[in-house]
Design a protein around this ligand. Sequence first.
Ligand code: FAD
Length: 635
Amino acid sequence: MSWKLHERDLGMGSNITRRDFLNGVGITVGSSLLRSNPFLLSVFGVPDSVFAPEKDPNYYPPSKTGLRGSHPGSFEVAHSLRDGKQWPEAQGENETFDLVVVGGGMSGLSAAYFFRKSFGSKARILILDNHDDFGGHAKRNEFRAGDRLLIGYGGTQSIEGPAHYSPEAIGLLKDIGIDVQRFYKYFDQNMYKSMNLSRATFFDKETFGADRLVPGAGLHSSPEAILQIPIDEAARKDLARLENDAIEYLASLSAEEKRVKLIKTSYKDFLLQSAKVHLDVIKVFQTAPHGLYGVGIDAVSADNCRGMGYAGFKGMPAPPRERGEREPYIFHFPDGNASIARLLVRALVPGSAPGSTMEDIVTAKMNYAKLDDPASPVRIRLNSTAIRARHVGDLATANEVEVTYVRGGKAYKVRAAQCVLACYNMVIPYLCPEMSDKQKEALAYAVKIPLVYTNVQIRNWKPFQKLGLNNIYCPGGYFSSFSLDFPVSIGDYKFPSSPAESCLLHLVRTPCRPGLDCKDQYRAGRADLLATTFETFERNIRDQLARMLATNDFDPARDIQAITVNRWPHGYAYEYNPLFEPLDRPDSERPCVIGRNSFGRIKIANSDADGHAYTNIAIDQAYRAVSEISAKGNL
Ligand SMILES: Cc1cc2nc3c(=O)[nH]c(=O)nc-3n(C[C@H](O)[C@H](O)[C@H](O)COP(=O)(O)OP(=O)(O)OC[C@H]3O[C@@H](n4cnc5c(N)ncnc54)[C@H](O)[C@@H]3O)c2cc1C
């Protein structure tokens, strides 16, 4: 079979849900679809009186497939604001609240939670979010295999290192019913090991001259694996040297010179200039940091790579970790941290979900019709993009903030005594143009990291069992990693632990442009992501899987049952890559710290506000923002 597989062999015409999607937008435009698709509504100008998609009993975003994450319909209004579009003046009565929150991700939901804690359960709160689902990056994907429900994560994957969460963040998790210790029971840490499954690297023909799956190769390769890697013989020797020899490559430098050199040199340059490896070694490692940094080794410092345990530092080991022992990576709900978002919503909005435990939330069906219920003190309004947040009257004396948002193609206004902007921070200068230039510049400084989390439902996972693999790294591939889902069973949800069962594969792609400054790489990646059709994703998924699993009874046309591509053009919060940032800048001078200053009655949250892409940070920033309100002592 040729390496470039024929369309029909790949199954591009197969009957999976994606057939109704052309770049994520339905081809048939029926009236029910119009009601449930704000993008089409704004395009086709359907009157707002029919725009209440969340009230439809069939409204259930987690079960949608095709293009998810920042789905079509979620970002067009914000982009038109960026491009200078003026919206017709909002009409109708102003609703009033005690707090309006922009952004229904982890930070926005946490802000509502902390606000209620400070000001009582009668506090009236409105949360606006531009997506058709709440949770922001914490996104749930559902699939069906016959009668069986398969649950995947479309974004925020796990609770990472809960022992290091702040008292406020861990306190919030406990309040909504999460006992992290239970994951030791729910996550089967032994399952793949007991089946002798481990990792491999797939070297592709376009990058390495031959398609070859090599078990045991990767960031660290066994001696047998190194012999199999399709690279120059000199590069193989260099790989073995990096792996085994305790060489101090920067021996001539003083301790301080060495520190600076490692921070200000990319791992790629360190390998080429200090370790003097063959160019083929770079190809093997190039995309290794993609999942964490969104860029390759050309834009990640040698110091960071040393900290992550990359090869080449045996003679100059990283200093011991400051934060004590590493916890296992097991704090994972089947839908990732979407379960945290669901638990928060259940706590905030009466009747939004049945049940009362961290176990029953996993299979609970949310009632989206209840999210924006006038009878509830807390309301969540989806499909609603804020375009303006301004003080009513003078900044110093104003008693209210007015927020304008667009829903179903029309602008509306609400007023509240307080406002928390828990949205992407670089949107804020457009919402609040009267902020100081210094603050707006600081808010606009960061560029969020684009990435794609894709779930592929396959008929069974026998090919992986046969190959002895649960994880494949693809340094030259369109997707840079393929993993069998985490073996987690909670409550009524049971992981498909028999290889004969349907299961989910998790794929990661981070579009970027090697060679540029990292922020320019992110910008290029974001543009690439927004221009990529679902069909392109699908073809690459089928092609890569067919080639990796070739000869192991995997037929992409037969075995791929569903695909959900979660694209995040604005993914991780920007984490101040030291390679491109001023050396030893004090925390107080980081743009995110300057940008998050309180602006009258408008406070700023989101993980962007601390420049770290983690759930605990999103919660901590919500806590800080609400504390700034509490500190004023009034509403
Ligand atoms: C693919 C992926 C995987 C991740 N994995 C992990 C992980 O395993 N563990 C971890 O701790 N963290 C992870 N993260 C980091 C994640 O970003 C944080 O954990 C956290 O979920 C961020 O929450 P947030 O509320 O700060 O931001 P978001 O989740 O981005 O929420 C902000 C919300 O505001 C909305 N918004 C923006 N502008 C407007 C507007 N004008 N009007 C209305 N709404 C608006 C956004 O669309 C979004 O819904 C991951 C992130 C991504 C993208």
